[in-house]
Design a protein around this ligand. Structure first.
Ligand code: NAG
Ligand code: NAG
Ligand code: NAG
Ligand code: NAG
Ligand code: NAG
Ligand code: NAG
Ligand code: NAG
Ligand code: NAG
Ligand code: NAG
Length: 775
């Protein structure tokens, strides 16, 4: 008993001492310095501190952390990716009311973004660091710019995101993001900068897509984590209340280094414990294992494994992915290894029907471009390295075939014994092709059930929720009657566009549920119904997220109408050439890549190759998520003979057509590559390929681009936005390759995509022939 009283006295004595050091109101002229006894300002109860937090050897960051627990948990970091701060820097609340970092010599750097000068600052007990003006209004607060954590009472507002830290001790930007989107959905993505069209890579979502544009994440004092919509309705509970809200237990929600976000409570004893987590599957965050490696669970922990024939790039940091020293480029002396039950991102350049795995194996072995193949659901998907987002999946797995060099003597590689899931990696020799093994594998595959490979499993806004066509929907075209379409479009009243084939009208079907675009073909050849249906079927079978979907058609007498999904944001042209609507740099990069993927699909991945013949911004439509989709493909064959691809008539649009159209040369997919290159320049520069109002050397965009490229003055091409110089150069180089005069010099679309993504090196392009001289 006496001891307890003594302890109590001691504790209260200690807390009075600490109380003397409280800096609840930080006045002008105060400062902090890393290596002194005054390196942080505490909140009134001493729970939180703001100031210099040690990081690495001899370095500091400016942060807010829990000061009362042994493990001083950081909840906010200032400019997390800045270099570490040396110990001779001070943090000052200047006499003129600015919060700055002052190096030993040189310019001070402002921490707050407030423009007015502050009259005091305060580290609050809520964990918020606030600057006030003389009227005690809040000028700036740390709560509005969270890093990887929100604490109880703090909100994650629409349009903001949390990004995980690199590691538990390094608080710089890590690999995963939790984004509160303005479409109402709370979504997790890999945070890497190469994932431009992030929506494909989402691995968790709250499923509250379309809940309004102002949904926020809220965390109450009782540990209740939920989403509120604009009008204050609770639209989704993530975790139920954990404790009474008497404030004895403190809560925080953090997106952890491993990509999972968790709710933690701080017990009075000073230990954090997990109260809820977004998933228990530690392999689910996409990109948890790097390129050419896959994630597998061992005792609920994630472990990365390399593809057969690959080694970790860094043995000590296995999540960085795998590589190999030998390059397999070609088809000679190669074998295929089998890797079962793994799922990968599907970046196939060709999908072929294949009756069994042996068939698929041969398809890849004999194709010098093929480096790996995924076999599932009687489809063989040929891929090139790197393979991404791999994970073991015992439920619904395709089988991966990996091409290797040379004849591997070992046919079975046993994995370490520790592996309890009995993974097997087989190396199959080509020369003694074991038909038996293949047959057995095939039977096992058949027996193991329905192998529906969920192509692109995650779409961030759950398509099924919205009632629009899901990715797996059977591709069937509906045949409409003319009367139906006349009714749907209200007598063809609202014209939304006019193209080379005819006029487009807006309409609604399914009792007003679905908005459609009806294209009335006006200049097409009067072919028989059967031919028309054949063409429709070819278009109907195309199925790609960067192509506008054909939903149905009408063929009655001389009437030919096509029914497409409606794209509410109109054409790319509406954005590119209007200064007030210019897409920002990241959007431009995303648009360029999306279109390239769509064209690639038309050229190489769909069953019947389709040459678009008229790629230009007017034929690129933008959907509600600002995702670019190609329109008007597959119609070239329907045009009247004088407009089709005869060697004399020119399809396409002046400014975008490839020189071979003018030279009576055969037209191939490379003509589309040319048009794409011209359009890519327009996307980069947000201007038309020909603009007579500019100075003479700028009139022809391709010439101007090449001139700037040669002079190393690429920044002249873009507006003042901060752009990624390297990516700009990469895009310009790709565009210059695409517009080469000689079709053979132009890259195939697959290569264009790889170059844009930065997967392969881009050689310096030769100069283009002048646009004007090629006419
Ligand atoms: C601290 O500053 C706030 C806002 O300026 C003020 O309302 C409060 O009275 C001050 N508290 C103390 C103890 O000076
Ligand atoms: C900090 O240390 C200096 C001398 O080392 C001492 O004079 C000063 O009182 C200390 N300040 C606090 C708040 O303990
Ligand atoms: C401050 O510290 C850094 C790193 O320790 C050092 O490079 C720099 O020279 C120092 N500046 C001054 C003025 O001492
Ligand atoms: C969004 O919601 C938050 C909280 O419900 C509210 O404070 C804010 O004003 C709202 N913003 C808009 C633009 O409606
Ligand atoms: C918020 O949610 C409620 C209940 O689901 C709904 O009635 C209301 O319309 C929503 N508010 C907004 C602005 O979406
Ligand atoms: C969330 O949980 C609370 C109780 O904690 C309940 O009242 C509310 O209806 C739930 N909301 C939803 C959308 O499920
Ligand atoms: C905190 O948790 C660790 C591990 O869970 C345990 O070893 C330690 O005793 C706990 N400390 C307290 C104060 O509860
Ligand atoms: C690849 O090369 C590195 C060094 O160049 C070597 O350490 C490693 O063992 C090699 N890996 C293979 C599979 O040969
Ligand atoms: C294939 O292997 C044979 C025998 O090992 C060798 O002679 C030949 O050069 C190899 N071919 C290639 C292209 O590596």
């Amino acid at each position: 008993m006496a001891t307890i009283i003594l302890l109590f006295l001691l504790l209260s004595a200690l807390s009075t001492i600490t109380a003397l050091q409280k800096y609840s109101n930080i006045t002008l002229g105060s400062s902090l310095s890393p290596k002194t006894n005054l390196s942080s300002w505490l909140s009134p109860s001493g729970k939180f501190a703001f100031g210099f937090y040690p990081q690495g050897e001899d370095g500091f960051i400016v942060a807010i952390w829990f000061a009362q627990v042994p493990e001083k948990t950081v909840i906010w970091t200032y400019n997390r990716d800045d270099p570490k701060i040396p110990s001779n820097v001070t943090l000052q609340m200047t006499t003129d009311g600015r919060l700055v970092l002052q190096p030993a010599e040189g310019q001070a750097k402002a921490i707050s973004t407030a423009t007015d000068s502050a009259s005091s600052a305060s580290m609050l007990d809520s964990g918020n660091f606030v600057l006030y003006n003389s009227d005690s209004d809040v000028l700036w607060e740390s709560f509005t710019s969270p890093t990887d954590t929100i604490v109880q009472g703090q909100r994650l507002l629409a349009g903001s995101a949390l990004v995980s830290s690199t590691s538990r001790t390094d608080h710089s930007t890590g690999r995963f993001m939790l984004s509160m989107q303005t479409d109402g959905n709370l979504v997790q993505y890999p945070a890497s900068d190469t994932a431009w069209d992030k929506s494909w890579y989402a691995y968790w979502s709250s499923g509250t897509y379309r809940a309004g544009d102002n949904v926020s994440v809220n965390l109450d004092k009782d540990g209740h984590l939920y989403l509120l919509n604009n009008t204050g309705f609770n639209i989704r509970n993530l975790s139920a209340a954990v404790s009474p809200s008497d404030g004895t237990i403190f809560y925080r929600m953090t997106i952890d280094v491993d990509g999972i976000f968790r709710l933690y409570s701080l017990s009075p004893r000073g230990n954090w414990s997990i109260k809820w987590s977004s998933t228990n599957d530690k392999c689910s965050p996409k990109g948890i294992c790097g390129l050419n490696s896959y994630c597998t669970l061992m005792d609920q922990e994630s472990v990365c494994r390399c593809l057969p024939g690959f080694d970790f790039v860094n043995q000590n940091q296995q999540m960085l992915g795998c590589g190999r020293n030998t390059t397999v480029d070609g088809c000679e002396n190669t074998t295929m290894s089998l890797l079962e039950n793994t799922v990968w991102e599907d970046e196939s350049y060709t999908i072929l029907s294949s009756t069994n795995i042996e068939d698929c194996r041969l398809m890849c072995l004999t194709d010098c471009n093929c480096q790996a193949a995924l076999f599932s659901n009687l489809k063989c998907r040929k891929q090139r390295f790197p393979l991404r987002f791999g994970r073991r999946d015992l439920s619904n797995p395709p089988t991966a075939l990996i091409k290797e060099v040379g004849i591997r003597k070992v046919t079975t590689t046993n994995e370490p014994k520790a592996n309890k899931q009995g993974e097997k990696v087989l190396g199959i020799e080509i020369l003694i092709t074991s038909v038996v093994i293949a047959t057995v594998a095939f039977i096992v595959l058949m027996v193991s059930g329905v192998l529906i490979y969920r192509h692109r499993v995650w779409v961030y806004h759950q398509l099924s929720d919205t009632g629009s066509i899901g990715l797996n929907e059977e591709i069937t075209l509906r045949s409409f009657t003319y009367l139906e379409l006349e009714k749907a479009t209200n007598g063809f009243r609202e014209e939304v566009g006019r193209g080379s084939f005819g006029t487009v009208f807006k309409g609604v079907i399914s009792n007003g549920e679905r908005i459609i675009a009806v294209k009335r073909l006006e200049r097409v050849v009067d072919e028989g119904e059967r031919e028309f249906r054949t063409e429709m079927r070819v278009i109907g079978r195309t199925h790609h997220k960067n192509l506008v979907r054909l939903l149905g058609y009408c063929h009655e007498g001389s009437n030919r109408l096509l029914v497409y999904e409606y794209m509410c944001n109109g054409s790319l042209e509406n954005f590119l050439f209007k200064p007030e609507k210019y897409p920002n740099w990241d959007e431009r990069v995303g648009i360029a890549l999306n279109i390239a993927r769509g064209v690639l699909y038309l050229h190489e991945e769909c069953e019947t190759q389709i040459i678009h013949c008229d790629i230009k911004p007017q034929n690129i439509l933008m959907d509600e998520f600002f995702c670019a989709k190609i329109a008007d493909f597959g119609l070239a064959k329907l045009l009247k003979p004088d407009q089709t691809r005869t060697f004399t008539g020119i399809r396409g649009t002046r400014g975008y057509v490839a020189p071979e159209w003018h030279r009576n040369l055969p037209v191939t997919v490379k003509a589309d590559v040319y048009s794409y290159g011209i359009m890519l320049m327009e996307i980069i520069c947000c201007r038309k390929s020909l603009d007579m109002e500019l100075q003479e050397d700028e009139i022809v965009l391709s010439d101007w681009v090449f001139q700037c490229f040669e002079e190393g003055e690429l920044s002249k091409l873009v507006d003042d936005q901060v752009v990624d110089k390297k990516r700009l150069e990469r895009m310009v180089k790709v565009a210059l390759w695409c517009i080469q005069d000689d079709p053979a010099l132009r890259p195939h679309m697959k290569k264009v995509v790889l170059m844009l993504e930065g997967t392969i090196e881009i050689p310096v392009p030769p100069g283009p022939t002048s646009f004007l001289s090629s006419i």
